[in-house]
Design a protein around this ligand. Structure first.
Ligand SMILES: *[C@@H]1O[C@H](CO)[C@@H](O)[C@H](O)[C@H]1NC(C)=O
Ligand SMILES: *[C@@H]1O[C@H](CO)[C@@H](O)[C@H](O)[C@H]1NC(C)=O
Ligand SMILES: *[C@@H]1O[C@H](CO)[C@@H](O)[C@H](O)[C@H]1NC(C)=O
Ligand SMILES: *[C@@H]1O[C@H](CO)[C@@H](O)[C@H](O)[C@H]1NC(C)=O
Ligand SMILES: *[C@@H]1O[C@H](CO)[C@@H](O)[C@H](O)[C@H]1NC(C)=O
Ligand SMILES: *[C@@H]1O[C@H](CO)[C@@H](O)[C@H](O)[C@H]1NC(C)=O
Length: 307
């Protein structure tokens, strides 16, 4: 049921205190192969969602501070690197919802040298203050040539499907499997711990697919100020897609997800999950390390793997 819920409805249910009229602000990252965020700076209200769509190369949206524009802020928001191939099947997106509009937020792309070329972004920086976007960008640039910010936006026409990752502190995707159409956007909201949504294959459930979709690790603190989300838009509904959380041992405990797996085929979600649970727990070295650090978790993971 949740799989067919419109994202806007789901967000309202999950965050009842947010404004019912929150907007979604789209920022293009690396549009037209440029080292830019477009727009370069926005103002947003509490409850607004800012969505970054990665258009080219291999950029990131990484929070920093006015004082150190090109240094990741400890515990800050970070999309991780989002490579976009030449023949992309889907453009990755990363989003978060603002919960404090009185603090300006500063961001950069952490790809080598890009911040110093002015690839920075801000939310709610006061243009009339000493901490304006312009001052932030000037501080980021060690060598001149500020980029020309463009402004374009794309709208998607499909539905938005919401998947909760690690809800209630469980090692689950909820729902665990969905069907989606071409043009639908699937959004993963990370609820706890430090999981990922990483594409694999039916044959190797716990191994990242080369060139596949990967959210990277998305840690969520104890009292998160914003839950990170990761999305992509489906452009082929006839190929089932398989995913897992790449955090150590989680795939083997059944933390997997599928899109458009045919329940009546040999490659059903249930068969995929059974494969994942039967996969060997990482390498002997990793397993030993794990066992030393978390003896109890290791025992339960091994038990599940033997099933
Ligand atoms: C993206 O950039 C990071 C950091 O430079 C690098 O480690 C990673 O391999 C790159 N990914 C691709 C697919 O090029
Ligand atoms: C928003 O952030 C400002 C500055 O960090 C802080 O003073 C204020 O208490 C915060 N407001 C809320 C509602 O958390
Ligand atoms: C901030 O963004 C607006 C468009 O959203 C743009 O017109 C303005 O030039 C930007 N400010 C700077 C200093 O680039
Ligand atoms: C998240 O997990 C990865 C992989 O285990 C680890 O490298 C990273 O430090 C973790 N992040 C946090 C904030 O715990
Ligand atoms: C969708 O994927 C299937 C299987 O990989 C392929 O045969 C088909 O050509 C693809 N369709 C489009 C529109 O790309
Ligand atoms: C697939 O998801 C549906 C709900 O979306 C659920 O009822 C069903 O049990 C799931 N299939 C398996 C094998 O877990």
């Amino acid at each position: 049921m949740l799989s067919f819920m419109r994202l806007s409805v789901a967000v309202a249910v999950l965050a009842p205190t947010l404004s019912a009229y929150a907007s979604n602000i789209l920022v293009l990252v690396g549009a037209n192969n440029q080292l830019t965020f477009s727009p370069s700076n926005v103002t947003a209200n509490v409850g607004d969602t800012v969505t970054f769509q990665f258009e080219s190369r291999n950029h990131s949206v990484t929070q920093s501070s006015f004082a150190s524009p090109c240094v990741p802020l400890a515990q800050g928001i970070d999309s991780g690197f989002q490579p976009v191939g030449i023949d992309v099947t889907a453009l990755p997106t990363f989003s978060f919802t603002l919960n404090n509009a009185s603090t300006p937020l500063f961001f950069f792309s952490k790809q080598n040298g890009e911040c110093e070329q002015g690839m920075v972004f801000s939310i709610n920086a006061n243009p009339d203050s000493a901490k304006s976007f312009a001052a932030f960008q000037a501080a980021a640039e060690k060598s001149a040539t500020p980029p020309a910010p463009g402004s374009s936006a794309t709208a998607s026409s499909g539905s938005e499907l919401l998947v909760l990752v690690g809800a209630n502190n469980q090692l689950t995707f909820s729902p665990s499997n969905i069907t989606a159409n071409v043009g639908d956007t699937v959004t993963f909201q990370f609820e706890s711990k430090n999981h990922s949504v990483t594409q694999s294959s039916f044959a190797s459930p716990c191994t990242p697919l080369a060139g596949g979709i990967d959210s990277g690790f998305q840690p969520v603190g104890i009292n998160p100020t914003a839950l990170p989300t990761f999305s992509f838009t489906l452009n082929n509904a006839s190929t089932p897609l398989f995913f897992f959380s790449k955090q150590t041992g989680e795939c083997q405990q059944g933390m997997v997800f599928s899109i458009n797996a045919n329940p009546d085929s040999a490659k059903s979600f249930a068969a995929f999950q059974a494969n994942a649970e039967a996969s060997a727990v990482p390498s002997a070295t990793v397993a030993k390390k794990l066992q030393r650090k978390h003896p109890r978790d290791f025992v339960s993971a091994a038990k599940v793997a033997r099933k």
